[in-house]
Ligand binder design. Structure first.
Ligand code: IMP
Ligand code: MG
Length: 180
């Protein structure tokens, strides 16, 4: 018999069904393609949560894209931010003179994206913008200009479509509130 890994809690209310996410992601991809007008853009996904979003998003951008990843940490294993941001894995590409679009699963306090925006802007990209799937404005501490936003959501802890609770639930095709 294999080892059983009991999950701490179960997702309860579905906030965003898969179909709604898919159609909004397609719209965002078309918007990005239109705005960059054929100029190459480097999408930097924030690991690990943005992986699902980024991989769907790029298939709706019909202009030249590169992808890269950065890993940042502010949450640890809790559902509340510690306020401390660290880069755990940096991008592989040089960002200088590139159009850079940071792709993030969710903006909550804004501390992660503010830190990444400040860090990357020092590398002198041609342009630097953010694209987030979810915006949770209730707990915002740092104001960050977000150019592309999928959905605004209420102040609750969500999982699915890349977002996790202690590493689980990223594989859900929908976004659900966690019964924590
Ligand atoms: P911020 O720095 O507070 O804006 O938090 C950004 C990071 O916190 C995201 O990249 C997520 O990893 C995590 N996070 C914030 N809210 C949630 C949530 O509701 N579910 C899962 N992860 C979240
Ligand atoms: Mg994240």
């Amino acid at each position: 018999m294999g080892v059983i890994h009991p999950l701490p809690t179960r997702p309860k209310r579905i906030l965003l069904p898969a179909r709604s996410i898919q159609s909004r992601v397609a719209e965002l991809g078309r918007e990005i393609a239109r705005d960059f007008r054929g100029e190459p853009v480097c999408l930097v996904g924030v690991l690990t949560g943005a992986v699902v979003f980024l991989s769907d998003l790029i298939r709706h951008i019909d202009t030249p894209v590169e992808i890269d990843f950065v890993a940042a940490s502010s949450y640890g294993e809790a559902t509340h931010s510690s306020g401390e941001v660290r880069i755990i894995k940096d991008v592989s590409h040089a960002l200088r003179d590139k159009h850079v679009l940071i792709v993030e699963d969710i903006i909550d306090t804004g501390l992660t994206l503010r830190y990444l925006m400040e860090t990357f802007s020092a590398r002198q990209p041609a342009s630097l913008d953010c694209c987030v799937l979810l915006d949770k404005p209730a707990r915002r501490v740092a104001e960050v200009p977000v150019k592309y936003r999928g959905f605004e959501i209420e102040d609750c802890f969500v999982v699915g479509y890349g977002l996790d609770y202690r590493g689980f639930y990223r594989n859900l095709p929908y976004i659900s509130e966690l019964d924590a």
